[in-house]
Design a protein around this ligand. Structure first.
Ligand code: ZN
Length: 169
């Protein structure tokens, strides 16, 4: 099932998501649906709040279907190490048609559970590190615009409000 993506302005995107405690068939189905929804929206990462579900769960595939081994499920993820700095253009499915340069750590280690509840650690660099940080931010109610300068952030919000008023958001 493909879920519609929740857009900026919906309060679910700005609240801290609840930990996942039950690892059952329902969670597995939700993960499958999240991958399907992410691919349908042409994204490389999707957090559960972006489909209106306030749970600490995200899916990532920075290769966009090219490498099946690159499919990652992060349940209750935590960033346990980060180093360096890296700037890159970043977007978000919940803020469509906007992209901004965002500086984040270059190398990041995440600790998370898989869909069965097993803990694992994974280190990513550049795009993968960025995905770990971007999706973990979502679970803490944080959007990438919070990493921009106040000036850029206000400009972005003003443009979005204009689109909202015009019924184009
Ligand atoms: Zn996002």
């Amino acid at each position: 099932m493909i879920y519609p993506i929740v857009k900026f302005g919906d309060p679910v995107l700005e609240k801290k998501a609840e930990p996942v405690t039950v690892f059952d068939d329902e969670l597995e189905k939700l993960v499958d649906d999240m991958f399907e929804s992410m691919y349908a929206a042409h994204g490389v990462g999707l957090a559960a709040p972006q489909i209106g579900i306030s749970k600490r769960l995200a899916v990532i595939d920075v290769t966009f279907k090219e490498d099946p081994d690159a499919k990652l499920v992060l349940v209750n993820p935590e960033i346990i190490h980060s180093e360096g700095r890296h700037s890159q253009n970043e977007g978000c499915l919940s803020i469509p048609d906007f992209r901004e340069n965002v500086t984040r750590p270059r190398k990041v280690t995440v600790r998370a559970q898989d869909v069965t509840g097993k803990f694992f650690e994974k280190t990513g660099e550049e795009l993968l590190a960025r995905a770990f940080l971007h999706e973990t931010d979502h679970l803490n109610g944080k959007l990438y615009m919070s990493h921009l300068s106040a000036l850029k952030r206000d400009l972005m919000k003003r443009k979005i409000r204009k689109l909202m008023k015009a019924g184009e958001w």
